[in-house]
Design a protein around this ligand. Structure first.
Ligand SMILES: Cc1cc2nc3c(=O)[nH]c(=O)nc-3n(C[C@H](O)[C@H](O)[C@H](O)COP(=O)(O)OP(=O)(O)OC[C@H]3O[C@@H](n4cnc5c(N)ncnc54)[C@H](O)[C@@H]3O)c2cc1C
Ligand code: FES
Length: 300
């Protein structure tokens, strides 16, 4: 389940204040909302746009093995190739035991997912722990922002052979970016404010637009640069881009990114958030608020 669905479902259950894990596994995000604002925001959510990836005219069709040779979970996984493009084929490790075929390189650093661990319907990357849904390809835990391509998998009735067919992404990057909706003036009364400028904030903003949210969307970050991938600070060469999304990406999808804007207080009764920016003190009204300001280690 994607982050925003999780937030909305959680808020339905708890009505006012809830806690949710952000995209960063180690930090806690909290959101303040009300049942009224939930309903209002729900009206601003259109049907999610279809995935960009399609298997209508597959470029590759590969025989994998007999169905009986595919075991459950990670040990039963097989790898085939669509040209140079690795594809993992296996069964989910849940009651469904569903066959899946999914891109075999992690969108985070492009490293192989073949050694990853399957739990239920999710595959965890062996390198930095990103988690993907095996059926939809969606990224469900960071690091990283992008999804995996999924491919059609079937069993041939005559000989129980597992077949995988599909077309890898044209750019060869093993990455699927779900399309994002944009702001529409008819939803101007909806204002979703996100406090924080880390991976959780970036993932929440993208997820809202990906799920079709068309109201106003503002990210208030104390940082002076757009959200970046902290993991790359310790794991990759300096020449690699570290921003999770470019400044243009936020502008293009009507995500107002306000940098050097440190939130000082939230008034849930008035539904306002107060922050300090280069322009001084600002009080901003919201209809929904997500707080994902990270956490810091306690000094001993
Ligand atoms: C060097 C390094 C390597 C890492 N490697 C890995 C790894 O390999 N795998 C892994 O899973 N995790 C890794 N992590 C951890 C991962 O980066 C964190 O789990 C993740 O950054 C948490 O994201 P977050 O958005 O919840 O919080 P944060 O990244 O802490 O972001 C919080 C944001 O909120 C902003 N903020 C705080 N207070 C306010 C306020 N009052 N008003 C406005 N904005 C505010 C901050 O400026 C910041 O932008 C690593 C971290 C570091 C630093
Ligand atoms: S390469 Fe998969 S999480 Fe980094």
């Amino acid at each position: 389940m994607r982050l925003v669905n999780h937030l909305i479902q959680s808020s339905i259950k708890r009505h006012f204040v809830f806690l949710a894990m952000g995209a960063g596994c180690s930090s806690t995000s909290s959101a303040v909302t009300s049942s009224n604002s939930l309903q209002a925001t729900s009206t601003a959510i259109a049907t999610a746009p279809a995935r960009m990836y399609s298997t209508d005219k597959p470029a590759f069709s590969v025989e994998v093995c007999k169905e009986s040779e595919i075991g459950d979970g990670s040990p039963g996984m097989k790898q085939v190739k669509f040209g140079e493009f690795p594809v993992l084929v296996g069964r989910t490790a849940d009651a469904d035991r569903r066959l899946f075929a999914i891109g075999g390189k992690c969108p985070h650093f492009g490293l192989p997912l073949a050694g990853g661990q399957i739990a239920g319907q999710r595959l965890r990357c062996p390198f930095h722990g990103a988690c993907f849904n095996l059926v939809s390809g969606d990224i469900e835990e960071s690091p990283g922002m992008d999804c995996l391509p999924t491919f059609k998998v079937s069993v041939r009735a005559s000989d129980q052979m597992v077949l995988v067919e599909g077309t890898p992404p044209a750019d060869g990057k093993f990455v699927v970016q779900r399309p994002l909706a944009g702001y529409q003036p008819e939803f101007a009364s909806e204002h979703f404010v996100i406090v924080g400028g880390g991976p959780a904030a970036a993932a929440a903003a993208d997820s809202l637009r990906q799920e079709g949210y068309r109201g106003k969307l503002t990210v208030l970050s104390a940082d002076s640069v757009p959200p970046f991938d902290r993991t790359k600070l310790s794991k990759s060469m300096a020449s690699e881009p570290v921003l999770l999304r470019t400044a243009e990406h936020y502008a293009q999808h009507d995500i107002e990114l306000m940098l050097e804007s440190r939130v000082e207080s939230v008034d849930p009764a008035q539904r306002t958030v107060e922050f300090h920016s280069k322009n001084g003190r600002v009080v901003l009204p919201y209809t929904k608020l997500l707080v994902c300001s990270g956490s810091s280690a306690r000094q001993l």
